[in-house]
Design a protein around this ligand. Structure first.
Ligand code: GLN
Length: 332
């Protein structure tokens, strides 16, 4: 019953494609096929549904900011990270440095470039890239994730703006250490290639509170998941986060490679690939598909339709209520 909903979501999304464009400011991303579109959905009870181009690899780009934040919180702790980066939506473009220079002593949040570069500066002295890649593969349940070397080199040769941000951060004493190494780590993370399915798996891991539901292994602490998911909800879709929260209401993170990672707590992870972007840098078809799915499947965080009513509407048998999850320790 879910597959027809996904197929319809794909049609809704495809109708938006003429209004989108692939990113070109990183030249290698400009080679993407704007007609590609795929969606994968993985549920906590072990089901997997997909439609469209779900096996095409593409670079994570900003979605890597979720991985960086989760790893930094686990490695360095809440206070050390949020001493250096805020948790407020900025309302500005992802690569803006205006507020950083004019009105703030630190980046607004970890989901914009300046904030993610700070987060990477927390990780860089602690972990090699190889270890970070190993952790990313675990979190996305995808052993085939690798560095897309062409995308990495392409971004490294068009890095002026991020370099300006990084040195501004250094001049303000927000990042210390080797700025070039921090920048390189940030770009490497952005250049990891995933599929819609790997993103659905990462969303599933977050939905299950940090436990891989296939193996039972805990990969993230509950308080990390709570923090990361909240920041995805408030800041994950760049300066489109507010409208997305109202219309879709699913914690999500997009990237200019065309990916969207979404997580519905205690229910499912969703991964999308659609490289045609809207002017804010979000997958134009992906946003539309999520809006459709949110309505059809009752996924909005503040949905007023009961779960039972959604299941009945879809002609599905109503599942038993989920087991109560362990209490999340209070945020420090
Ligand atoms: N690597 C990209 C950049 O820094 C990521 C941006 C994005 O996906 N919004 O510009």
């Amino acid at each position: 019953m879910i597959t027809p909903v996904l197929e319809q979501a794909l049609l809704e999304g495809r109708a938006m494609l003429p209004g989108g464009e692939v990113a070109t400011y990183i030249p290698e991303l400009g080679k993407a096929n704007p007609g590609h579109l795929g969606i994968c959905l993985r549920t906590l009870d072990g089901k997997r549904f997909q439609a469209g181009d779900t096996d095409v690899r593409f670079s994570m780009q900003s979605i890597a900011k979720v991985i960086a934040l989760a790893v930094a919180l686990e490695l360095c702790g809440f206070d050390a990270v949020f001493d250096k980066v805020g948790m407020e939506p900025s309302g500005d473009a992802f690569n803006s440095l205006v507020k950083l220079e004019v009105s703030s002593s630190h980046p607004y949040n970890p989901m914009i470039n300046s904030g993610a570069i700070v987060v990477c500066s927390c990780i860089e002295p602690e972990l090699t890239f190889k270890e970070l890649l190993r952790r990313t593969r675990m979190l996305c349940m995808d052993p085939d994730i690798r560095l897309d070397d062409a995308v990495f080199r392409s971004e490294m040769t068009h890095i002026s703006r991020n370099r300006a941000i990084a040195y501004l951060l250094e001049s303000k004493g927000i990042i210390a250490g080797n700025v070039e190494r921090v920048l390189e780590l940030y770009v490497r993370l952005c250049s990891l290639s995933v599929t819609a399915e790997s993103l659905a798996s990462l969303g599933l891991l977050l939905a299950s509170g940090g436990v891989n539901p296939d193996t039972g292994e805990r990969l993230l602490q509950p308080c990390t998941v709570q923090t990361v998911t909240t920041i995805m909800m408030t800041c994950g879709m760049y300066d489109g986060s507010g409208e997305f929260a109202v219309r879709v209401g699913i914690p999500s993170k997009s990237g200019v490679g065309g990916g969207i990672l979404s997580t519905v707590s205690q229910r499912m992870g969703i991964g999308i690939f659609g490289p045609a972007l809207d002017p804010k840098g979000n997958s134009v078809a992906g946003v539309r598909m999520l809006e459709y799915l949110s309505r059809q499947l009752g996924l909005h965080l503040f949905s007023q339709e009961s779960r039972e009513s959604v299941y009945r509407r879809l002609g599905l048998s109503v599942p038993p209520p989920p087991e109560s999850s362990p209490p999340v320790p209070a945020t420090p």
